[in-house]
Design a protein around this ligand. Structure first.
Ligand code: FAD
Length: 259
């Protein structure tokens, strides 16, 4: 069984983000593997193990030939990767990104299953998985909190507010997994050393047959007209417990229609 995992390499969310003059997130900084995608990598490794063999391949679109995040996922156990990197990708909106990832999946030779996270940690539009599936002409199953593959079909438990739905589709398919679907393994020292020599096929959009007006700013269907600082978060309400604090907490949760 061959599984491809889309992995985004993002500026470290623990550090304050910066914007470039064109209002996009500054990305010519050290990029790391998006934690959301560690679940996809781990799920892929477990599915390949359960199938008794196969391969996990990574695909990533990132600036400046960035490979740091890919090496982390290769150290977890993925076999190889396709990296699409080129200055013309700057300003890509989610459709531009999906076009690149769909072509990268084809360049990797296709797969039985493509896994992604439900949303990235920096852009978090949550729209790329469905768009990749549409461009590949494959079914997309989203918000999977459990994934099973058998008899040429994938079955997921799709997380909902009320619990979950069971959703099934024939392979190949694109599945987005929720955080916590599995416990990602830590790369071992042996895994980190082995990752240094694992192949990364680096290519450009034109290598994938994509023209300039399909990616980057010229391919984007959105324009950032202005950027404003997010309003300061208001201080919460402090409740001194004189024995009735629970009533105030219950009233507060009722106001928010949480109970
Ligand atoms: C603050 C901010 C706001 C943005 N707002 C918009 C917007 O409103 N509309 C819009 O079209 N674009 C927007 N973008 C740009 C968008 O983030 C990029 O196009 C991005 O490459 C894809 O979108 P996403 O991160 O939202 O993907 P999501 O759909 O949130 O990502 C879901 C999953 O797809 C995979 N994936 C996504 N990007 C990559 C990648 N580069 N390489 C490998 N796998 C990937 C990962 O598995 C990821 O977890 C925004 C970016 C930022 C930083």
């Amino acid at each position: 069984m061959n599984v491809i995992v889309c992995v985004k390499q993002i500026p470290d969310p623990a550090l304050p983000g910066e914007l470039d003059p064109d209002h996009t997130l500054k990305r010519d900084v050290k990029l790391i593997l998006d934690e959301s995608d560690m679940y996809g990598v781990e799920m892929a490794l477990q599915l390949v193990d359960a199938a008794g063999g196969g391969e996990v391949t990574l695909v990533s679109m990132a600036p400046n030939s960035e490979k740091g995040g890919l090496r982390t996922a290769l150290a977890m156990g993925a076999a190889k990767a396709v990296l699409v990197s080129d200055g013309s990708l700057a300003g890509s909106d989610s459709l531009g990104t999906a076009r690149v990832l769909a072509r990268a999946v084809e360049r990797a030779g296709g797969a039985d299953l493509v896994l992604t996270a439900t949303e990235s940690t920096d852009g978090y539009t949550g729209t790329v998985p469905g768009q990749v599936a549409e461009l590949l002409g494959w079914p997309s199953l989203t918000f999977a909190k459990k994934v099973d593959v058998a008899d040429g079909k994938v079955t997921i438990q799709r997380q909902t507010e009320a619990g979950y739905d069971v959703v099934e589709a024939p392979l190949p398919a694109v599945v987005s997994v929720t955080a916590g679907v599995v416990e990602p393994r830590y790369p071992s020292f042996k895994g980190i050393m082995a990752a240094k020599n694992k192949p990364i096929d680096e290519c450009t959009p034109s290598d994938l047959g994509l023209s300039g007006d399909q990616v980057g700013w010229s391919g984007a269907r959105q324009e950032i007209v202005s950027v404003a600082a997010a309003p300061e978060r208001e201080a919460g309400e402090k409740i001194e417990d004189d024995g009735t604090a629970h009533e105030r907490v219950v009233a507060f949760l009722e106001e928010l229609k949480l109970i």
